[in-house]
Design a protein around this ligand. Structure first.
Ligand SMILES: [Zn+2]
Length: 231
């Protein structure tokens, strides 16, 4: 992300195939970065044995940092309301498992779960919220980061109800733990990776239906976390 003037919104729209375009609009401070996680599309894309055929994530040290991160423990709330029949307990257990996957790899307390809420995600209200909500087709999950300098002030993640969701890695549905583990990586200050060789890392920038391998971190994910928070 290039350095920009103070009163600017950056919407980083991550589109498969093309490079990510930047849109700049004027809004009041603080800055807001929106990271949309796009669904993987293979058509039109030539893949010639570039994606490693087996999971090599524990040997891949790649990571990329955002230019900001939380300087305090990120307290977060979960809005468990959903149209998929998931119980509140199951939603909370799944999403907190995603956060704990990062937390257990560093001695710093990165996340602290505060409870359920009826608040929505994508609104700057002083609460860091994970919630389902409708967004445009193509983006699976959207992480909103309000920041000032290198300091994150608020983070929300919206899970797009345009898609079907699963707590069990079902075919044709987005797995909540898989997607949230990736999104919490953004909360930790990590950016997406788009090289095919980074396919098996949690911070790889594309995801697809039924995918669960991003529930666990690879070497690069852990090194990125520790570059921000220490061991
Ligand atoms: Zn991402």
């Amino acid at each position: 992300m290039r350095k920009i003037s103070a009163l600017v919104l950056i919407a980083l729209i991550l589109i498969p195939i093309a490079t990510a375009p930047l849109l700049a609009l004027s809004i009041p401070s603080p800055n807001l970065m929106i990271i949309e996680w796009s669904i993987e599309k293979s058509y039109g894309r030539v893949i010639i044995n570039v994606i490693p055929s087996e999971d090599d994530s524990m040997n891949n040290p790649d990571y990329k940092l955002l230019h900001f991160h939380w300087h305090t423990t990120a307290k977060y709330w979960i809005n468990p309301s959903n149209k998929y029949g998931f119980s509140t307990n199951d939603v909370v257990n799944t999403i907190t498992a995603s956060a704990n996957t990062w937390d257990e790899k560093t001695s710093y307390e990165v996340f602290s779960y505060q409870g359920t809420t009826t608040r929505s995600a994508g609104r700057r209200d002083g609460y860091n919220v994970i919630a389902w909500g409708l967004y445009r087709r193509g983006a699976i999950a959207i992480t909103y980061i309000w920041y000032s300098g290198d300091r994150i002030i608020e983070t929300d993640t919206l899970l797009n109800t345009y898609y079907k969701w699963s707590l069990k890695g079902e075919k044709g549905k987005m797995d909540v733990q898989n997607i949230m583990t990736h999104e919490f990586g953004h909360w930790c200050g990590l950016d997406d990776l788009y090289d095919d060789k980074d396919y098996w890392l949690t911070m790889y920038g594309y995801a697809s239906y039924g995918e669960t391998y991003k529930q666990t971190l690879g070497l690069g994910d852990i090194l990125g976390l520790r570059a921000v928070y220490g061991e």
